[in-house]
Write a protein that binds this ligand. Structure first.
Ligand code: OGA
Ligand code: CA
Ligand code: CA
Ligand code: FE2
Length: 494
C-alpha cells in the first residue's frame, strides 16, 4: 500500500512540473501587466483542472486496484494478505457466508480395469482397480491386514451387535393419520406414472419404504387374492378397487401370516465403532488410511459417522439400496442438522463416499451387487419388470451388472454423488445402487466407512465452524475446512 502511495506522489509532481514549460511561451508573447495577470490566472485555472483530473484518475486506479486485491486475497491462499485472511477465517464470522476455498478431490477412474498404484501405508504399495465408472467404483485388495480385520470383528463383538432392522417400522401409520389423507390422495401419491392404475412395482416400492417388508410380485398377488382386492383380475389396482381396501390392509394381512427376517429389506446385525482420539489404534489407523485413499480434507473424514461393522449370518442379505438419498433444495443432511437454519421435512445422511471393507472371505454367496453399474441408462421403472426384480438380492444377484466377491482385507469404495462441476458434491448418482447378496454358506463380516459431506457448502462450513469452536477442539488443526495439507503430500500416485 505504501509503495503505491509513493508512486502516486511522484506521478502527481512530475506532470505538473513538465506541464509548466509548454504553457509559458504563449503568456510570454502577451505584453503588459494585465496580460501577465491574465496569463497567471489562466495558468492557475489550467493547473487546478489538470490536478483535479490527475487526482481523479489516481483515485479511480486505487479503487480498482484495492477491490480486485480483496477478491484475489479471498480466492487464493497464496495471496500476500493470506496471513491476515487466515486470522480472519478463524474468527467466528459475523455473517455466515463462507467463500469456497476447498475443492474436493475426485479420483479418476480412467476406464474399467485401470489399475493405479497408491501409497497408503509405509513400505507398501497398494493397487487400486477401477470396477466401474457409473458409479465411480474402485477395489483395493489388502487394504486391511489380517490382524486389523480380526481386531475390528472382535471389537464389534465386544460392543455387541444389534438387529439392523426391526420387524415392523412404527410411526408411519400415525403420520398418515396426522396428514389426514383421503384414499384418492394416497392413490395419487402411489401412482408414480399417473395412469390411474397401480402397477405391481408401484405398490412394491412403497411397501419397502413404508414398513421395510420386502414383497415379491408373487407375495403381492397372494395378498390380492387373499383380500379379493383385484376384482377384475387384471393385476392392477384401480382407484375403485383401492378404495375398497382399508388403510393398513396389506400390513395386517402380512402380520397375520407372520413375517420372517428373510422377508425384510435387510437381514443382518451391526454396531458402530468410534474412531476418534482415544479409540483403538487399529480404528484410528483405518480412518487415517481412508483419508489418504480418498484424498479428502482430514476434517471431513474426522467429522463423519463412526465405523459401522455388519455381520450377516447364513441366509442374511441386504436388498439393493442407496446409502444416501437424493438432495432437493429443501433436503437437510443428518450430520449438519446442527447448522441448518430451518427444519425441513426431508433428511438424508449425505454419504458422499462409501468405503466398504470385507473383514472375512465368505464361503458362499454374500457378494456386493451393483445391479445397474455402467448401464447405458438408468430407469427406475425398469428395475422391477414382469417378475424380475433387480433390487432383490436374494433372487436376482446373478442378473446384476457387477458383483464383488468378499475377500478378507479388500476394500471397495464408490461415490454416491456426482460432482457439481465446481469441486463440490453434486446430484445423487443413481447408478450407485447396490446390495448384499444372500449368504449361502458361512457368515459374512463387513465394515462401512461413510464420508458425510453436505451438498450445501455453506451448511457444511457452518457446521464445521460450530464444531471447531468447541473448547476441547481449540488446538485441533484438522477441524478447519481449509487444510493446506490437502492430499498431495500425503498421497502419491506411483
Ligand atoms: C451396506 C451395504 C453391502 C454388503 O451395509 O450398506 O450395502 O455387501 N452392504 O454387505
Ligand atoms: Ca400407475
Ligand atoms: Ca384391477
Ligand atoms: Fe449399502
Amino acid at each position: 500500500m505504501s509503495d503505491n502511495q509513493e508512486t502516486s506522489d511522484a506521478e502527481d509532481t512530475t506532470p505538473s512540473g513538465s506541464a509548466t514549460l509548454p504553457l509559458r511561451p504563449p503568456c510570454e508573447r502577451l505584453s503588459g501587466h494585465k496580460s501577465s495577470v491574465c496569463s497567471r490566472s489562466y495558468f492557475v485555472v489550467v493547473m487546478v483542472f489538470f490536478h483535479v483530473y490527475i487526482i481523479n484518475v489516481i483515485a479511480l486506479l486505487f479503487y480498482v486496484h484495492y477491490n480486485s486485491g480483496q477478491e484475489d486475497a479471498n480466492q487464493s491462499r497464496d495471496a500476500p494478505s493470506g496471513d491476515h485472511q487466515s486470522r480472519e477465517s478463524r474468527r467466528p464470522p459475523s455473517k455466515p457466508e463462507f467463500l469456497r476455498d476447498v475443492s474436493l478431490t475426485r479420483i479418476e477412474g480412467i476406464r474399467v480395469g485401470h489399475v493405479q498404484k497408491v501409497s497408503l501405508v509405509p513400505n507398501k504399495v497398494h493397487e487400486m482397480r477401477t470396477l466401474s465408472l457409473k458409479p465411480l467404483l474402485f477395489e483395493i485388495p489388502g487394504f486391511l491386514s489380517e490382524d486389523e480385520c480380526r481386531v475390528v470383528m472382535q471389537l464389534a463383538q465386544l460392543k455387541g451387535l444389534m438387529e439392523s432392522q426391526l420387524m415392523v417400522q412404527e410411526g408411519q401409520e400415525e403420520l398418515a393419520k396426522e396428514l389426514n389423507l383421503s384414499p384418492e390422495e394416497i392413490f395419487n401419491l402411489l401412482d408414480i406414472n399417473q395412469d390411474a392404475q397401480l402397477q405391481l412395482h408401484e405398490i412394491l416400492t412403497h411397501s419397502r419404504v413404508r414398513d421395510g417388508i420386502w414383497l415379491t410380485p408373487e407375495n403381492l398377488r397372494e395378498i390380492y387374492t387373499g383380500l379379493k382386492a383385484d376384482k377384475d383380475g387384471d393385476g392392477l389396482l384401480s382407484l375403485e378397487e383401492f378404495k375398497l381396501l382399508s388403510n393398513d390392509a396389506f400390513q395386517r394381512f402380512l402380520l397375520q401370516r407372520g413375517v420372517k427376517r428373510s422377508q425384510l429389506v435387510r437381514n443382518s446385525r451391526h454396531t458402530w465403532l468410534y474412531q476418534g482420539k482415544g479409540a483403538h489404534q487399529v480404528l484410528q489407523d483405518i480412518k487415517e488410511r481412508v483419508t489418504r485413499l480418498t484424498r479428502l480434507p482430514p476434517a471431513l473424514v474426522d467429522l463423519s459417522e463412526p465405523l459401522q461393522v455388519v455381520r450377516y449370518e447364513e441366509g442374511g442379505h441386504y436388498h439393493a439400496h442407496h446409502d444416501s438419498g437424493p438432495v432437493y433444495p429443501e433436503t437437510a443432511c443428518t450430520h449438519t442438522r446442527l447448522a441448518a437454519n430451518t427444519s425441513t421435512p426431508f433428511e438424508t445422511s449425505c454419504r458422499y463416499i462409501t468405503v466398504l471393507f470385507y473383514l472375512n472371505s465368505v464361503e458362499g454367496g454374500g457378494e456386493t451387487a451393483f445391479p445397474v453399474a455402467d448401464n447405458r441408462t438408468y430407469d427406475e421403472v425398469c428395475l422391477i419388470q414382469n417378475d424380475v426384480d433387480l433390487l432383490d438380492t436374494r433372487r436376482n444377484c446373478d442378473k446384476s451388472n457387477l458383483k464383488v466377491k468378499p475377500t478378507k482385507g479388500t476394500a471397495v469404495f464408490w461415490y454416491n454423488y456426482l460432482s457439481d462441476g465446481r469441486g463440490w458434491v453434486g446430484e445423487q448418482d443413481e447408478y450407485a445402487l447396490h446390495g448384499g447378496c444372500v449368504v449361502t454358506r458361512g457368515t459374512k463380516w463387513v465394515a462401512n466407512k461413510w464420508i458425510n459431506i453436505d451438498p450445501d457448502y455453506q451448511r457444511q462450513a457452518r457446521y464445521q465452524q460450530l464444531v471447531s469452536q468447541h473448547p476441547e477442539d481449540e488446538d485441533d488443526e484438522g477441524l478447519t475446512l481449509n487444510p493446506d495439507i490437502q492430499s498431495s503430500d500425503i498421497h502419491q500416485d506411483l
